[in-house]
Design a protein around this ligand. Structure first.
Ligand SMILES: [Zn+2]
Ligand SMILES: [Zn+2]
Ligand SMILES: [Zn+2]
Length: 337
């Protein structure tokens, strides 16, 4: 009896819906994990640097200046092409659907926001790989990220100009023909291009509206201009690529201005940096001035060099704006050199 109780107390928490899905998907078809040797090869709009190092979450930050650059859908979905995080989102949104429809019909933006906040708060918790690593340990950043997601969705959903476009989108989605391809992902047969062009129009309108109404300014990453829309396009294209022939895939990337954005990962010259915030060993590229730590999400000053801990001599990279910190290895107070 005692043993039974102890076992029950020590049992790990039940897996989240997102974890169950990831386990199911990664145990499945090899078609889902195609392209896994490729890194997202974007150029930074802030400093011009090209992405060299693999990213740990779907939020791709510049290796040179730490600016947000792009979104990697494959990384958001446990290394698969399946839209796991979309499925988690729909699962979490289902109980709120009636309230959201009501709020939309009444033009009640605050009611809509309330539903979105409940959904996104749980989605960010269950899908850490789909959001910035900066959310992991920085509560203020995470809250601002949730607010930004909520306001983005509210802005689009409550814009009356979007409603006829959304109605047309629903009609087009419902009439798409999905052709089974044996063990591979299904292919889309007709009506795809009208839908892809319509989505582009919807997003162009949504992001122009978000810029005008100050929603984009809420982005806690302060992404360079054009990056949030590009991230939206990346998500869309990466979700559809497995369902198109290679030629159609190229055409889609061209339509969205994303041609050549994946390349095979090759070993490059890197150096090791130790994060003064969390102690993680990071690879950095020569010439980097700032990077986002994969472990704790802090933006680290790399250009200024490292500062040795007086206790254990570990060379620590200081977070931007921090001049004093306890060494993450031995606890000794360390000042920026
Ligand atoms: Zn950069
Ligand atoms: Zn760190
Ligand atoms: Zn130390």
């Amino acid at each position: 009896m005692g043993l039974f109780n102890r076992k029950r107390r020590d049992a790990p928490p039940p897996p989240t819906y997102a974890q169950q899905l990831a386990e199911y998907a990664t145990a499945g078809s090899p078609a889902l994990t195609a392209r896994s040797d490729f890194v997202k090869k974007s150029a930074c709009t802030q400093c011009g640097g090209t992405k060299q190092l693999p990213s740990v979450t779907a939020y791709v930050y510049c290796d040179y200046c730490g600016a947000l650059m792009d979104f990697d859908f494959r990384l958001a979905n446990s290394g698969t092409n399946a839209g796991l995080t979309n499925t988690v989102y729909h699962h979490l949104a289902a109980p709120w659907q009636a309230s959201m429809n009501n709020a939309r019909a009444r033009g009640d933006a605050d009611g809509f926001r309330m539903c979105m906040r409940a959904i996104y708060t749980e989605w960010v918790r269950q899908c850490p790989q789909a959001v910035s690593p900066r959310c992991a340990n920085d509560e203020d950043f995470r809250e601002r990220m949730i607010t930004y997601l909520v306001e983005s969705a509210t802005s689009k959903e409550m814009d009356p100009r979007q409603q006829p476009l959304e109605a047309e989108m629903q009609m087009r989605v419902n009439s798409l023909v999905r052709v089974p391809m044996g063990p591979n992902a299904w292919r889309v047969a007709n009506g795809f291009w009208e839908m892809a062009k319509l989505y582009k129009r919807q997003m162009e309108m949504a992001y122009a509206h978000m810029a005008e109404t100050g929603v984009l300014a809420l982005d806690p990453d302060q992404a360079p201009a054009g990056v949030p829309l590009r991230m939206e396009y990346s998500i869309y294209c990466q979700a559809w690529l497995p369902h198109l022939s290679p030629e159609e895939g190229e055409r889609l990337l061209e339509l969205y201005g994303l041609t050549g954005s994946y390349e095979k990962y090759e070993e490059i010259d890197t150096r090791s940096t130790q994060c003064g915030g969390c102690g993680m060993h990071l690879m950095t590229v020569p010439g980097a001035s700032a990077v986002i730590c994969d472990g704790c999400g802090r933006k680290l000053d790399i250009g200024g060099g490292s500062s040795p801990c007086p206790g254990c001599s570990a060379p620590l990279a200081f977070p931007v704006g921090v001049n004093q910190l306890p060494c993450p290895y031995c606890g000794t107070a360390t000042a920026r050199a």
